[in-house]
Design a protein around this ligand. Structure first.
Ligand SMILES: Nc1ncnc2c1ncn2[C@@H]1O[C@H](COP(=O)(O)OP(=O)(O)O)[C@@H](O)[C@H]1O
Ligand SMILES: [Mg+2]
Length: 294
């Protein structure tokens, strides 16, 4: 029994060593598998974004999601990837992100150099949705790399291997961008911006945001409405010393704390006033808002 098991295992192994390409395919399959979204993510549509995104997908148009942090951009793209039945490859952009990080590199493994696809290459090969989160953070040379993928050529030059990949129809490039952080140094060039259609996101309207808090935070309707009202009032402080209003994400955190038994005042302290500002004066104003509402 053991012997035959061992034999099976051996023959299985040798099949793979002798057919390096099937092993390679297995690794590629594995690499994409983790990007598949199996269950429908909870997403409450706010406007026409779902239909617009589907039209962009059909028309092979790159999409830019614009809006403040924590207002639902990531959740939306997860939902759309699930809805369109595409894998989702997300890359958090930062200033050290190089073209090589996106496309791939040769790595030394033992005494062999083995090519490893980067996330963008994986996405192109599999007709996935590639989501470049906070694209302004990426280096200029990295941003330029996506240009040939965004026009009608739809190609990805893989310079290190001397090859060019043609993106399949299903491939889609999506970037996110927070206009609030705009500065002279960190802004997208027109030559980049004008390659995308822009979908504008903002905090959901009050009744929808309350529904989201009830769903995500497992709280009752009254508490949800109170938190939303606090959110609205805190958002009005924007410009009065506050750089950005409180995100839906933070309101969800507050809701989750309340539902696990934390007093609402303390929940708002740690989930709202503390994260959004270091200014004790502003924190006091937020505390006042909280105690008048709850
Ligand atoms: N329209 C929405 N439908 C469902 N959940 C939402 C929606 N908008 C915001 N959320 C909630 O807010 C949280 C933060 O949103 P996220 O998509 O991560 O923000 P962003 O990517 O814009 O920074 C999500 O995890 C989700 O709980
Ligand atoms: Mg996000």
């Amino acid at each position: 029994m053991r012997d035959s098991d061992d034999q099976k295992r051996l023959s299985h192994e040798s099949r793979f060593t002798h057919h390096a390409s099937s092993l390679f395919m297995a690794t590629v399959e594995q690499a994409i598998e983790k990007h598949i979204i199996p269950l429908e993510p909870y997403y409450l549509p706010v406007g026409k974004e779902v239909g617009l995104f589907e039209a962009a997908y059909r028309g092979k148009l790159p999409v830019m999601l614009k809006g403040p942090t924590g207002c639902g951009k990531t959740r939306f793209i997860e939902y759309m990837a699930w809805r369109l039945n595409r894998p989702l490859v997300t890359v958090a952009c930062h200033e050290d992100l190089s073209a090589t990080d996106l496309v791939g590199r040769f790595l030394l493994e033992g005494d062999e150099t083995v090519w490893h696809d980067g996330p963008l290459t994986i996405a192109v090969k599999h007709g996935a949705i590639c989501y470049l989160d906070e694209v302004v953070e990426a280096r200029k040379d990295t941003i330029v790399l996506i240009h040939p993928l965004t026009d009608d050529r739809r190609i990805l030059p893989v310079e290190k291997r001397g090859t060019i990949l043609q993106a399949p129809d299903e491939f889609m490039l999506v970037v996110s961008y927070n206009p609030g952080y705009q500065s002279v140094l960190k802004d997208l060039k027109q030559s980049t911006r004008q390659r995308f259609i822009g979908l504008e996101f903002d905090y959901p309207p009050a009744p929808l945001e309350a529904d989201i808090l009830m769903h995500e935070g497992k709280i009752d309707e009254q508490t949800a409405r109170d938190l939303v009202l606090i959110g609205e009032k805190v958002r009005n402080l924007k410009g009065h010393g506050l750089e950005e209003g409180v995100s839906t994400r933070l309101l969800v955190y507050a809701a989750q704390l309340v539902s696990s038994g934390i007093h609402p005042h303390l929940a708002c302290e740690v989930a709202i006033s503390s994260p959004i500002t270091d200014d004790s004066e502003l924190q006091r104003s937020i505390r006042e808002i909280v105690t008048t509402v709850i």
